[in-house]
Structures are given as C-alpha cells and as structure tokens.
Design a protein around this ligand. Structure first.
Ligand code: ARG
Length: 558
C-alpha cells in the first residue's frame, strides 16, 4: 500500500508511463538514508532526450510530497522517504489483525502434489532423505499459505531386486525377534552380509533373482516377507516423522505401481515411442539432448523410470494437480528431465507443470555421507543427540523451566530442520551437531531464543500492546520495514520453491530485534509504551509465523 502511494504520486506527473511500468521500475535503496523507494529516471532518458540526473532534478519538485516525509533527487534517482509514523501504524495494525495469518495470500489455487522423503525400505533413512522431508514439508506449508492445496506423497522405495537378496539373507540368517526389535538395523545387517558372502558364492545372486521373480509373480511366502519388511521399516520411519512433526497424505511407493505400468508401456508402443536397443526397451530422447530413457530391461523387468511414469500419470488422474513437485537430490536431475521428456512425447502437456526440486548434499568435514561406505549417520540418533544438547543448554539458561522436555524437543529438532533450510537448497553444507544447536549465530535456536525473549518482555508488564498508539521511535525503522516485507518474502519463497528465503529472513529479523533490544529501553513507562509493546508482539508473531512455515515450533519460553 505504501508502494502504491509512491506509484500514484509518480503517475500524476508522468503521463508517459503506466502505473504498472512505474511499479516495475521502482527500486529499494540499499541503505535507508537513500529513502525507502527509488525511482530510476534512466527509463525516461530516451523519451525526454535528457540526462537522468537532470530529469530527476526537474521531476522531484513537481511531485506532491504530502504523503511522504520527503521526496529528493539524488543523481539519476528520485528517492521517496515514507512517513514513518503512518508506516509504523499501518504495519503494526496489519500484523495485529492478521495474527497467525499474516503473510497469507493467494498466488494460485489447486492441488500441488509433492513427492518427498521417499526412503528405501529396509535401509536407514539417510540425511538426503531428511533434506527431502524437511524441504518438502516447508514447501507444503508455504504453498498452503499462498492458496494451494499440497498433497504430500511418500514415494517409498519398496520394490526392486534388493528384496530378492533380502529374502535370501533373512531365510539364511534372520530372526523374527531381531527384526521386530530393531528392524532396519538387522535388515541392513542381513543385506550387507549377503553382499559379502555373494562375492565368493555367485550362486547366491541366482537365488536372489529367483526370489525376486517369485515376489513379482505374487508367491505367498515372498509377498508375506516383503509386506512384513515394509511394515516394520515403515514403523521405524514413522517414529522419525513423528519426531519431526511431519505427516503424509499418501505412502504409495514404487510397489503401488506394479499393476499400473502395462498401460504405460502399451501407450509407448501405440505411439511408436518404444525402441529396442541391446535387448532393452528404450525411448529415444535425442531431440531433448538427453540419454535414452530405459523402460524395460532385457530380462523384461520394469524400472524406476517406468514406475515414475506410471506414478506421474496416476497423480494427474487422481489429483488433477496444477503443479507436481519432486523434492529429490540433484543427482537425479537427469532422471526427472527424462521423465518429463517421455511424458511430453506421450502427448501430456501437463508435463510442463512437473518440477524437479533438487537439493545439494549434506557432508561431514567436507566428505559426502554415504549409506554404503559405513559412515552412515542414523537420523534418529542425530535428532536424539540434538534434543539432548538442547536440553543441556536449556538447563543452564533456564533451570526452572516448566515444560523443559517439550522445549528441548522443539529446540533440538527445530535446530536440525532450520540448519537444513537456511542453506539455499542446491548448496551442499556441512553438518556438525555442536554448530547446529548453538544458541548464538545463524541457528534455529537463536531465532527461537529471540522469540522467547520478545515474549518475556511482554510478560514483564501489565500494560497491553496497542497497535493503534503512534510509534515515533525511529530506531525501530529497520524492524518495521522487515515486518512489512514479510508477505513479499513468503511470495518469493513460494515462487522459487526456496524455504531458505524464509529462514534467512527470520535470522535478519531476529538480529534486527536483538540490536534494537540492546539499544532501546523498551519497558519505560511513557505514552508510547503500548506501541513499543505492539512492536515486540509483532516481532514475536512474525518470527513464529516464519518458523511455522519451516516446520519449526517457537516455544514461548526457553
Ligand atoms: N527412493 C528414492 C531414493 O532414495 C527416491 C525416490 C524419489 N521419488 C521418485 N518419484 N522417484 O533415491
């Protein structure tokens, strides 16, 4: 609305430009001593055949400056200084009225499917799956706030030749009690042992192939074991999801598409898209500059790609999505490019609404974490360690905190989530628990602690916050501008599928508040105290909203 005032003031004296053109041209100066909006006059230089700084100097005095504190020509710009009092008033009122909904807006409507988390059965959930889970969840929250309806789909890796190996291994060395007690640990043990022994006994691989064939053919024993491995693994995954506070709308994984691939392959045949190459069935994607998509192996077994094609079509038919997102590591970039290209070749225009949302790796001391090479990091352990570390710090800072366990959970888990989301999703980053759970620096606990500090200020007085009282405190200016910008920040995060935009914003707001807090006596009993309290309460509200979008709780005390 303040931008509109600037646009209108300029439109009144610039008949040669439309309001939209003016709005697009307006810039935000880097520092507030250059004003709050800057209009660059170079755009007029051609039309007016004059130097930009001359245009600025002539234009500025003609503008009706009544709604503003000042309008000044500086070089090739006309700078607008907003009226701080009315800006403060409007901003605090808006946040007070909207509350938890401050930042909500409609950028679009309709279902958006989000393929997220998607770990592999009988294997530990990796840090990569954690990234997919928390990024996908944050995107779901951000999409909800911007008008869409997210559908969170956990495309479990629950089918494939590895189940043949696992069945053989279980029958040789497995025990029901072991699997029930600690499913993924033991299933992984059997699987690793299978690989070790198969190195010298190649006949084990034949046996595994035979068991997988049985599974594909619906053999009762094989099916029962498979279903049981899946169920036990899922129990364990669900424990992690519960800790993270994340749920799903669907757990339809790879196996769900077993009976849905034939029609896909048939369509490919009908459309003359399938070719045989070295015994395998492929779709040539040369015109997309991509390697061919592998649809069927020479032994007739279907592949990851075939399932994904079936899944994409199933999702379109089931949800009629307006967008379909796949939050999957950057190493699968080509796979999703191929998938989209094949769907396009099949004549599905909606393939354009499919977006792979890639992300980088989590490293430890600069090295990639891997499930195979033994340096696996067990996610549940990481979360538990983070909670313990949070507990220790809280005990030091706030020994008599009532619901200390719940707060430690929110802080520990929140720290891990925040650390993941503050990095631009494509960047790789190092994970070091001590760094992640610190209460200072660019961390989740720092933002949470700042919010708790704001709350404790509000509790120290009987005076109630009042957004309608005038706030003349100019040292709050940076904070007010940040607060007013929050809805734009949400929009930017939504358009770029980038939760880090929100996390970075929360850090900036927390820093701005801590600076204000260090320099201003907030609780002085003067006429503006209710307005200062409204400022503090707005900060807490917006920090809480921002953290909620990331999937992080904001404890009132800590
Ligand atoms: N299970 C796969 C993996 O761990 C990820 C699946 C991603 N989703 C998909 N529709 N392909 O690598």
């Amino acid at each position: 609305m303040f931008k509109d005032q600037v646009v209108q003031a300029l439109a009144a004296v610039l008949p040669e430009l439309s309001a939209d053109q003016i709005s697009d041209l307006l810039e935000t100066p880097k520092t507030s001593d250059l004003g709050d909006y800057a209009f660059p006059t170079f755009a007029l230089a051609k039309i007016k055949r004059m130097a930009p700084n001359k245009i600025a100097a002539e234009l500025a005095p003609t503008i009706d400056a009544t709604p503003f504190e000042a309008v000044k020509a500086v070089g090739g710009y006309v700078n607008f200084f907003l009226d701080k009092m009315s800006f403060a008033h409007a901003t605090l009122m808006a946040i007070d009225e909207a509350g938890d909904n401050f930042g909500s807006q409609t950028l679009g409507v309709g279902d958006v499917t989000i393929d997220m988390s998607s770990p592999n059965i009988a294997k530990p959930m990796s840090m990569g799956h954690l990234r997919s889970t928390v990024i996908g969840n944050a995107l779901a929250n951000i999409l909800t706030k911007t008008g869409y309806t997210p559908i969170k789909i956990n495309h479990l890796g629950d089918w494939g030749t590895q189940f043949g190996k696992l069945i053989v291994a279980y029958k040789l060395w497995g025990s029901e009690e072991e699997v029930k007690a600690d499913p993924i640990k033991h299933l992984l043990e059997y699987y690793v042992r299978f690989h070790e022994e198969a190195e010298t006994k190649p006949e084990m691989d034949d046996e595994a192939r035979a068991w997988f064939k049985k599974l594909e053919d619906g053999d009762p024993e094989a099916t029962k074991l498979w279903a049981w491995f899946r169920e036990e693994s899922l129990k364990e995954f669900n424990r992690i999801y519960a800790k993270l506070g994340i749920d799903f709308d669907s757990y339809n994984g790879e196996a769900f598409y077993n009976d849905k691939m034939d029609p896909v392959v048939q369509t490919l045949v009908d459309k003359h898209l399938l070719q045989t190459s070295q015994g395998a069935e492929i779709v040539d994607l040369e015109k997309y500059n991509l390697n061919p998509a592998l649809i069927k192996k020479s032994d007739g077994a279907t592949l990851y790609m075939t399932r994904d094609l079936a899944a994409a079509i199933y999702r379109k038919e089931t949800y009629d999505f307006v967008q379909s997102l796949y939050v999957v590591g950057n190493e699968q970039r080509e796979h999703f490019e191929q998938m989209k290209a094949v769907l396009k070749e099949m004549g599905y225009d909606w393939a354009d609404e499919i977006h792979h949302i890639p992300f980088g790796l989590i490293t430890k001391d600069g090295k990639k974490l891997s499930t195979r090479k033994g340096n696996i990091v067990l996610l549940e352990q990481v979360l538990n360690d983070a909670i313990d570390l949070a507990k220790k710090q809280i005990a030091e800072k706030h020994p008599d905190l009532e619901n200390a366990d719940q707060v430690a959970h929110d802080v520990g888990v929140g720290a891990v989530i925040f650390h993941d989301l503050k990095n631009e999703r494509l960047d790789s980053f190092d994970f070091n628990l001590e760094e992640v759970v610190r209460f200072e620096g660019e961390t989740g606990p720092y933002v949470q602690y700042t919010n708790a500090r704001a709350n404790s200020i509000l509790k120290k007085t009987d005076v109630s916050p009042a957004a309608e009282v005038a706030l003349s405190d100019t040292s709050a200016w940076d904070i007010l501008k940040l607060l007013a910008d929050y809805p734009n920040v949400v929009a930017r995060a939504a358009k770029a599928y980038e939760p880090s935009v929100i996390a970075k914003y929360a850090l900036r707001l927390a820093k701005a508040f801590n600076k204000y807090y260090a320099n201003t006596k907030i609780l002085v009993d003067d006429a503006e105290l209710p307005a200062r309290l409204a400022l503090v309460s707005s900060i807490s509200q917006v920090l809480t909203n921002a953290l909620a979008l990331l999937g992080v709780n904001a404890p009132a005390e800590m």
